[in-house]
Design a binder for this molecule. Structure first.
Ligand code: AMP
Ligand code: MG
Length: 319
């Protein structure tokens, strides 16, 4: 049976014994293992059915510990770290040679982050090694934002989920790397482009697979419910063509009424993109459990976190 508990020492003991533990962060739950344990890292890939070309994000709890993992820390990266850590920003930096290739998919860079979750920060502080932790879901499916989501996905194939409540931000970290010393945003996420540019000025965005060969794993179909999902400008118009279907609808703040809508979720009545983002995955999990014929989501405003929501919904709706 999987234990769901807030026992940090139990989690520490499992991790020190080359096992994996699901951990809470403010973005989504991660499936964590010691980066220096080949057994633990192999188990992460196996449990998630994640392809080995897809590198893992390394989590730790202090800048000093990050400095022990990287061989270069550009000025712009330092500025970003200072502004956003602990928090939902992942930096891709040149790695030290002791970081195993299994973690970085053989790349000469490593993705690092200091997460902002009290329980996981306490755990990281007690550990003598950093944790590799991709999202705790089978490859391609919706990321988990509660301990129950993780348990539903993995059942008995992991021993413990460290309980940390529901994830405050509810969407993955924003990923930034460097090309010729210039910062490049590889994945839209929990921190908006506007927040990043306020710290370091304009940044190049390469969020799509075809233009981001440096960020493997940016797959077109990802974060997907098993129910067929659509992303449309005008929900009312779109669902008119499906009068006999049972439909789940996700909108930002607008009510839509129609007999074929079995469940309507407004992500934020007060039009707050942060609130909408934090509820997105929970809503997709909930609607996916209702045996609907389809989920129809409304395109979000194209700024701030609206861009990140649209990115995830676009990937969730790809065939
Ligand atoms: P996640 O699945 O949320 O753990 O995110 C991991 C993603 O981070 C990968 O799919 C890559 O896109 C990106 N990533 C991790 N490590 C690297 C790296 N060394 N270089 C480029 N991208 C990376
Ligand atoms: Mg993931």
């Amino acid at each position: 049976m999987t234990i769901i508990s807030n026992d940090i020492l139990k989690a520490k003991q499992l991790l020190e014994n080359d096992d994996v533990v699901a951990i809470p962060t403010e973005t989504v739950y991660g499936l964590a293992g010691n980066i220096f344990s080949e057994k633990a890292i192999q188990k992460i890939f196996k449990v998630k059915k994640r392809p080995h070309f897809n590198p893992l994000i390394v989590h730790t709890n202090s800048i000093e510990k990050v400095e022990a993992l990287v061989s270069e820390f550009p000025e712009q990266a330092k500025k970003l770290a200072k502004a956003f850590w602990p928090g939902s920003l992942t930096l891709i930096l040149k790695k030290k040679s002791n970081i195993p290739d299994l973690v970085t998919a053989g790349k000469d860079t490593v993705a690092v982050r200091i997460p902002n979750h009290a329980v996981t920060l306490q755990l990281l502080e007690k550990l003598a090694f950093p944790l590799a932790a991709p999202s705790a879901n089978p490859f391609g499916s919706i990321s988990p934002t509660s301990a129950a989501h993780v348990e539903n996905y993995f059942k008995d194939s992991i021993k413990m989920v460290l309980q940390g409540g529901s994830c405050e931000n509810g969407i993955e970290s924003t990923i930034i790397g460097f090309e010729n010393d210039e910062p490049v945003l590889y994945r839209l996420g929990s921190i908006s482009i506007e927040e990043i540019t306020a710290v370091i000025g304009e940044i190049k965005v390469k969020n799509k697979k075809e233009i981001a060969p440096n960020a493997p794993g940016m797959l077109e179909r990802h974060y997907a419910p098993s129910t067929k999902t659509f992303l449309v400008k005008d929900v009312a118009l779109f669902i008119k063509d499906y009068p006999n279907k049972r439909i789940g609808v996700i909108t930002f703040s607008k009510k839509v009424l129609a007999p074929n809508i079995k469940k309507l979720v407004l992500l934020s009545e007060k039009k707050d993109l942060k609130e909408a983002t934090s509820k997105l995955y929970q809503t997709l999990h909930d609607l996916d459990g209702l045996e609907l014929d389809m989920i129809v989501a409304e395109l979000f405003p194209d700024f701030g976190l609206g861009k990140s929501i649209n990115d995830r919904l676009e990937r969730a709706t790809k065939d």
